[in-house]
Design a protein around this ligand. Structure first.
Ligand SMILES: NC(=O)c1ccc[n+]([C@@H]2O[C@H](COP(=O)([O-])OP(=O)(O)OC[C@H]3O[C@@H](n4cnc5c(N)ncnc54)[C@H](O)[C@@H]3O)[C@@H](O)[C@H]2O)c1
Ligand SMILES: [Zn+2]
Length: 347
């Protein structure tokens, strides 16, 4: 099986090739005779670099390999410098590809569920500074995305569940049908590997591609993709990017955003409960089970978020499952009330 999703962005349009084995066949139609730099981390290298390089050599590409340490700490300026230096010899990942020679062509090969449904779609690249996450970055679209679902067989259950948080997010922001399908399949989706995944990954890529096609550079509707991320980013920062994975923080952030939505824009309590039940069924953590950060710490860090305007955090809030509003300002009592209410819930 194979699915192609097209991201329509005029001359920057490209295809996402999704399916088991895409590492072997997902490259068809790309230019031949390129010089390329394959950038990966040491864990993924050991598992998939040989196969990837063999497929690229078959296309006539000359490939040099650069391996970075696994983990968020590699997403830093020093690594951009190192990759750009290597790119002088080879060709180039993410922000480094956007920067080197003011932008070189690149292919993204997501190997986590989170990257397949989210980070590899839409061209947002970034690196972290000591002051915060993703503070330096660029919009730079790839010429192809190759998502081999078989790679997920080796992904840990924890990383897999974290990716599912972003899948659930698409259901809440834009696709109530997807949400219902996830509820029906939740038992089979927990853990790896899974059968209905190709359809789900393709559906998420299509949803993100639609949003990105409407708003490539995040001036408007693209903000809906940040559902659950305002609190999520604060939790990640307070845990110094080590206590929880991005998807876990987003799951807790969605629980909070749902409680807030119930208070300020009529999100039905029964739908909030369905969201929380689904997150639990997929193995994602509850806000009440995490480290109990004080509201004043959370609030202080939210103000630093780059989406905050004049010290006020902005929220994406749900009206119903599948329908959200963005850019919402919420009064301080409701912000605190919803947080403390979530913390008081039994797991
Ligand atoms: N650009 C965007 O729009 C966007 C959206 C969401 C998240 N992000 C960013 O993405 C980053 C997280 O990416 P990620 O979740 O893909 O994490 P990652 O690339 O750091 O991988 C997580 C871990 O899983 C391992 N791994 C990866 N694939 C594997 C496989 N197939 N088998 C076994 N192990 C594997 C890696 O070695 C690593 O240890 C964060 O920095 C986040 O900010 C960006
Ligand atoms: Zn995210």
């Amino acid at each position: 099986m194979a699915t192609t999703v097209r991201v329509e962005l005029g001359e920057r349009s490209y295809e996402i090739r999704i399916g088991a084995g895409a590492l072997d066949w997902g490259w068809a139609g790309l230019p031949r005779e390129c010089r390329a730099l394959l950038v990966t981390d040491h864990r993924v290298e050991a598992l998939y670099a040989e196969r990837c390089e063999a497929a690229l050599r078959a296309l006539g590409w000359q490939v040099t390999r650069e391996v970075v340490p696994a983990g968020e700490a590699s997403k830093c300026m020093a690594m951009v410098e190192r990759l750009c230096a290597r790119a002088v010899e080879g060709g180039l990942a993410g922000y480094a590809a956007a920067s080197y020679l003011r932008g070189v062509r690149f292919v993204q090969v997501p190997t986590t569920l989170l990257a397949m449904v989210d980070s590899s779609v839409g061209g947002k690249t970034g690196v972290n500074l000591p002051q915060g996450k993703n503070l330096v970055g660029a919009f730079h679209q790839p010429m192809r995305v190759v998502a081999d679902l078989a790679c997920l067989d080796t992904l840990s259950e924890r990383e897999y569940a974290a990716g599912m948080a972003e899948v659930v997010k698409y259901g809440v922001i834009r696709d109530a049908g997807l949400f219902a399908q996830l509820e029906a399949d939740a038992a089979g989706l927990r853990g790896v590997p899974v059968a209905p995944l190709e359809g789900i990954v393709a559906r998420c890529c299509r949803l993100k591609a639609e949003v990105v096609a409407e708003d490539e550079r995040e001036g408007g509707v693209r903000a809906v993709l940040n559902f659950g991320h305002t609190l999520g980013h604060a939790l990640e920062a307070l845990g110094e990017y080590q206590a929880c994975l991005h998807g876990e923080a987003v799951a807790m952030g969605m629980e909070y955003a749902a409680a807030l939505s119930e208070r300020v824009c009529g999100f039905p309590a029964a739908e909030r409960e369905r969201l929380v039940r689904l997150l639990r069924a997929l193995g994602l953590p509850a806000l009440a089970a995490g480290p109990a950060h004080s509201w004043s710490d959370i609030r202080r860090v939210m103000t630093r978020d780059k989406k905050a305007s004049g010290g006020l955090p902005r929220f994406v809030l749900a009206e119903r499952l599948g329908r959200v509003r963005f850019g919402c300002e919420v009064d301080e009592d409701a912000l605190r009330g919803a947080y403390e209410w979530c913390l008081a819930q039994a797991g």
